[in-house]
Design a protein around this ligand. Sequence first.
Ligand code: FEO
Length: 167
Amino acid sequence: MITQIETLLNEQVSYESRASAQYLAMANWADIKGYNGIAEFFYAQSEEERVHMVKLIKFINERNGKAVIPATEKPREEYTSLMELFETFLTNEEFVTEKINHVIFKCLELKDYNVHNFMQWYVAEQLEEEAIARNLLDKLRIIGDDKSGHYLFDRDIMEYQGRKSEG
Ligand code: FEO
């Protein structure tokens, strides 16, 4: 594997790992606040990011590279509102998308079409995750500070998460 690409993929491992830890902390925050649906949503997101990370690790090693397991920095634990929680989610996903786009740009530049092909799965995942984050933020903007709206929002997410885990 081209060294420069291997370095970028290992950086991507650390971003996925960081996202996984961050979403776990967000799930924890929601759980403590009593937003059970939102907690389930972020517990699941955290798992997904871990899957993204492990998929990259395996790929690097299969391609005769050497995956590096990153140190985990302590994730942010406190949020002032649901809006802030979901804004952070979107910002984080946008950051990851930017990094994935950079890997793809470099793959084309260095003509590594195998990695380019592999990364397409991540592009699709990012599109989906950003769309979910934007959709939820739109709903929160409509709800505003309405407490019963927050209750229904949480319940809707719980139902969505239940349907998703049933497949
Ligand atoms: Fe795997 Fe949503 O970043």
